[in-house]
Design a protein around this ligand. Structure first.
Ligand code: COA
Ligand code: AMP
Length: 632
């Protein structure tokens, strides 16, 4: 049988990446078109479009206005938590972006300078990102659900000249003040920004200090009125830094280049998401996560599509029909969210009775990513919506899908539990401990043969060494994804979960290290470990095992300490960490070299019977823990 469109495209992308991505680059407007597509002269560092010059904001905004589509909606803001609605056409978006870019210039922000954006899901957050891109500044968006310590770590690493924020975020149950978090983060960091611009929201205006500026004054001042025009940057210049959790408490600053990202995302909108100019995509995530960066902001706008910015939840704002309403009201063609959102909807309205109130006639595809799509949720979503449900697997590091079913090229049969096949450009291999490729059906470490396609991380911010040691040194010539899984006889990939200690809570990636650091800061704690255990709604939730100092009376003080620990994690890491379960134990199982056996504990807690590593220091410690772990 001759290969179909997917197989042909995939093979072409690996046989000659230069020709493949060179052709894709034609869909981007370059100030100076690249003559080199891939610079592979310095492995393991690869660079895409090194001599091309472009401006990503121009491609995402100005270009569509220049092409006569200024009147088309670019952004539809829909905020059930505040009742606000706003549509911005491409022409209106351009006007706002020009002004904010001018304002940033006025504050002394130049090409290459960093700007931290700590904002909720409001249009100004997107405007801010694009304004940075316009002047060649590097944005670093920090998710609003992170607490001061996490924000401080990012401020110290990125060293921003300016921070853009809002007075508060609005969650269904409460108004979350952002400004005090920011002030506290700046107090904790050694870097000081020159200025903070604060969007005042009526739900909770903030008090402004000496270095603060009101957003309204900022966007109406002389510099904003003068505006700023797009600055050409090189293909390899950074567009943004997005911090993500590793296993230690120190976040990794994933660098995103400009040229490769623009080319890959533009290509993905057609090939994977099948959404084109004038069509609407609704990505229910947050601009603080990679899914938000790529599929709320950059990809839809690069494609000239309309993006929905939704400030709400799948349930409770006001009910489990919220997504259906948004799809119907905004004529959404594709919805992209995390499986946990569908588990939440299913839990509340298992027969999807709320669907009947809405006309989903224009809706074509549901895309799910961010965590494993369990077959039950797949079946429910598929039967409920009657459209293809496309699981896609990727990570902050890659910026866009590694594996998916490519709707815009050839829709292959779907296998529940699998994100289908490798996306063109990604040479996915499953390796055993010795670096040998395993047989189909056999589990191993999922790796990607270098070079990875454009848009994927070229390095970590200011730390080439950590980039190599974290991702490239385990298997020379390969990028280590950190996920384990297998490929079946038909070439379908099955991703079974992280092989390291990274947590995935409701599609939010969190580090065991940060949670442990927050716990260890409590005066009564001698030692602790955090493991991620299975949860019906959130996929995984953290569970803490804590050993108290010998002079602490666990019987008398245990309850209070447990409460304080839950509170500490909320205050230090953020509410999204959702730590509820703390066990006080007498010891933690370790290897003889002192490494805590988190994986073994996690497997026991999930009801498995893992083999105990031969290197265990004292097996009786683990035996004593078994009933505690199983009980949870
Ligand atoms: N700013 C401040 N606080 C935030 C926040 C933000 N941007 N986002 C979440 N939080 C808080 C919530 O208010 C909640 O606080 P609480 O403990 O006081 O209630 C806590 O963090 C946990 O939030 P969340 O993870 O949203 O859990 P939930 O129980 O409120 O809701 C779901 C569960 C499944 C409905 C929710 O996780 C969801 O919609 N997930 C969608 C998946 C998603 O967007 N993933 C992102 C990657 S694609
Ligand atoms: P993040 O960097 O926050 O996007 O998280 C990336 C991690 O989420 C991956 O390494 C996986 O562990 C997990 N993940 C994302 N998408 C999927 C998916 N479709 N199936 C299984 N796991 C996924």
């Amino acid at each position: 049988m001759s290969p179909g469109p997917y197989a042909r495209t995939y093979q072409a992308s690996l046989a000659d990446p230069g020709a493949f991505w060179g052709a894709a680059a034609k869909d981007i407007d370059w100030v100076t078109p690249p003559t080199t597509v891939l610079d592979d002269s310095r492995p393991p560092f690869y660079r895409w479009f090194p001599d091309g010059e472009l401006n990503v904001c121009f491609n995402a905004v100005d270009r569509h206005v220049a092409q006569g589509r200024g009147g088309q909606p670019a952004l539809r803001y829909d905020s059930p938590v505040t009742g606000a609605r706003l549509t911005l056409t491409y022409a209106e978006l351009l006007e706002q972006v020009r002004a904010v870019a001018g304002g940033l210039r006025g504050l002394g922000v130049d090409k290459g300078d960093r700007v931290v954006i700590y904002m909720p899901m409001v249009p100004e957050a997107i405007v801010a990102m694009l304004a940075c891109a316009r002047i060649g500044a590097v944005h670093s968006v920090v998710f609003g659900g992170f607490a001061p310590q996490e924000l401080a770590a990012r401020i110290d690493d990125a060293a921003p000249k300016v921070i853009l924020t809002a007075s508060c975020g609005v969650e269904p149950s409460r108004v979350v003040p952002y400004k005090p978090f920011l002030d506290e983060a700046i107090r904790r960091s050694s870097h000081r920004p020159d200025a903070c611009v604060v969007l005042q929201r009526e739900q909770r205006p903030a008090e402004l200090g000496e270095r603060d500026l009101d957003w309204q004054d900022f966007v109406t001042g002389d510099a904003a009125r003068a505006g700023a025009e797009p600055v050409p940057v090189r293909g390899t210049d950074p567009l943004y830094i997005l911090y993500t959790s590793g296993t230690t408490g120190r976040p990794k600053g994933i660098v995103r280049d400009s040229g490769g990202y623009a080319v890959a995302l533009r290509w993905s909108m057609t090939a994977i998401f099948d959404v084109g100019p004038g069509e609407t995509i609704f990505t229910a995530s947050d601009v603080g996560w990679v899914v938000g960066h790529s599929y709320i902001v950059y990809a839809p706008l690069l494609a000239g599509a309309t993006t929905v910015l939704y400030e709400g939840k799948p349930v409770g704002t006001p009910d489990a029909g919220a997504f259906w309403r948004v799809i119907a009201e905004h004529g959404v063609k594709a919805l992209f969210t995390a499986p946990t959102a569908f588990r939440a909807i299913k839990r509340e309205d298992s027969r999807a009775t709320r669907l009947a109130a809405y006309d989903l006639g224009g809706f074509r595809t549901l895309f799910l990513a961010g965590e494993r799509l369990d077959p039950d949720t797949y079946e429910w979503a598929s039967a409920t919506l009657g459209v293809p449900v496309i699981d896609n697997w990727w990570q902050t590091e890659t910026g866009w899908p590694i594996a998916a079913n490519l709707k815009g090229i050839e829709q292959l049969p779907i296998k529940p539990g699998s994100p289908s096949v490798p996306v063109p450009g990604y040479d996915v291999r499953v390796l055993d401990g010795e670096g040998r490729e395993v047989e189909p059906g056999q589990e191993g470490a999922i790796c990607i043969r270098l070079p990875m396609p454009p848009g994927t991380l070229p390095t970590l911010w200011g730390d080439d060494e950590r980039f190599v040691s974290s991702y490239l040194s385990a298997y020379p010539g390969y990028y280590l994804t950190g996920d384990g899984g297998y490929v079946d006889e038909d070439g379908y990939l099955f991703v079974m979960g992280r092989t390291d200690d990274v947590l995935n809570v409701a599609g939010h990636r969190l580090s065991t290290g940060s949670i442990e650091a927050a716990l260890a800061g409590h005066e009564a704690v001698a030692e602790c470990a955090v493991i991620g255990v299975r949860d019906e709604l959130k996929g995984q939730v953290p569970r803490a095992l804590v050993v108290l100092k010998s002079d602490v009376d666990a019987g008398a003080e245990g309850e209070r300490i447990r409460r304080e620990l839950v509170h500490r994690v909320r205050a230090e890491v953020g509410a999204v960490a959702a730590l509820r379960h703390v066990d006080i134990v007498s010891g933690l199982p370790k290897t003889r070299s002192g490494k805590i056996l988190r994986k073994t504990m996690r497997e026991i807690a999930d009801g498995q019977a893992p083999a105990v590593p031969a290197t265990i220091e004292d097996a009786t410690v683990l035996d004593a823990l078994r009933p505690v772990l199983r009980e949870g």
